[in-house]
Design a protein around this ligand. Structure first.
Ligand code: UDP
Length: 323
């Protein structure tokens, strides 16, 4: 439990959509640890029951299987955290219409709940709002470079719409809202087969096969460990900041270097195999977190090696238990 923010959650009810996802399930854990009552929604399109199995039987946790593109009323709540969406490129390419629906109809339904019960609303947006950015590092005031008709547009435009409708509810209905722009995040409970670089590389290394390097590996990303990200979201939930806030780790690395880190930490030597770079794959990505530092007093604490070792252990256990 955090020292300064702890008491804020006692007696409060928080609605979390996307609660069985990677980030959603960690958010539920944090809220429960802070003393909140959690009402959790998920339709398992990309989330997994395993991620919330440890919470079943907890009297402070209520799970409702529900697709938030359909309206729902779970009763009075104090906070709404909107985290439901396919989020890996592989998932949203498989479910492009569902991705657009959840960002639009889904976000609107969650905003309606916040408006009805005068609850504070937090939506989880993405660094993909910046598209293939021409400003580096990315600062919140940058409007982005998104291809509106490319393969990633279903995700990027869904999230951009979710930001727009959040601002509209704030301006016209007076809902208290916050918007997080989440950069690449990793940790236990990521899906092994969601195609993202962290589970893909770790799985390949553990299986003893070459790591699939897309393009020449010179593109960059900046990886944030899940506990840091959740702490940033929690602080933003309790803040009065209305405009988007970047949350991520500014420690930028090329994907080729990242493959070397995974190889070293898994103590393997399988090498890499080059595959074509996916269309519209951003060349570089690094959050400018000046605003989060100033407004939330937040910055990441967990270094890449520590976070990756915990993640590798999780995948080892998972593969061991399903063997
Ligand atoms: N990537 C890769 N090999 C993989 C999966 C991803 O080289 O097996 C690259 C991908 O092209 C991108 C980066 O790793 O440049 C991060 O991809 P990810 O799918 O994790 O997330 P993104 O940041 O693109 O949303």
């Amino acid at each position: 439990m955090s020292d300064t923010l702890a008491s804020k959650m006692y007696g409060k009810t928080v609605l979390v959509s996307g609660a069985a996802g990677f980030l959603g399930s960690h958010m539920c854990d944090r809220l429960l640890a802070e003393g909140a009552q959690v009402v959790a929604l998920d339709n398992f399109i990309t989330g997994h029951r395993r991620n919330i199995a440890h919470l079943q039987g907890n009297p402070s946790f209520r799970f409702v299987e529900h697709d938030i593109t359909k309206p729902i009323d779970v009763g009075p709540v104090d906070y709404v955290i909107n985290m439901a969406s396919p989020a890996s490129p592989k998932d949203y390419l498989e479910f492009p219409i569902e991705t657009l629906d959840v960002g639009s109809f889904g976000t609107r339904n969650m905003l309606e709940i916040a408006a009805r019960y005068n609850a504070k609303f937090l939506t989880t947006s993405t660094s993909e709002c910046y598209g293939d950015p021409q400003v580096h590092p990315q600062v919140e005031s940058y409007w982005g470079n998104v291809n509106p008709v490319g393969p990633r547009s279903c995700y990027d435009e869904s999230k951009r719409f979710s930001e727009a409708i959040t601002m509209a509810y704030h301006r016209s209905r007076g809902v208290r809202t916050s918007i997080a722009r989440i950069f690449n995040t990793f940790g236990p409970r990521m899906k092994l087969n969601d195609g993202r670089v962290v589970p893909a590389f770790v799985d390949q290394a553990l299986q003893g096969i070459p790591l699939t390097l897309f393009g020449d590996g010179s593109q960059t990303r900046s990886f944030c460990y899940v506990s840091d990200l959740i702490d940033g979201l929690y602080r933003l939930l309790l803040s009065t900041e209305v405009y988007p806030v970047n949350l991520g780790n500014p420690n930028e690395i090329t994907i080729r270097e990242f493959a070397e880190v995974i190889t070293k930490l898994t103590e393997t030597a399988t090498g890499v195999v080059c595959k074509p770079l996916p269309e519209d794959d951003p060349r570089q990505r690094q959050p400018d977190i000046t605003k989060a530092r100033q407004v939330l007093g937040w910055e990441p604490k967990v270094d890449l090696t520590t976070g990756l070792l915990a993640t590798i252990r999780y995948f080892q256990d998972l593969e061991g238990s399903s063997a």
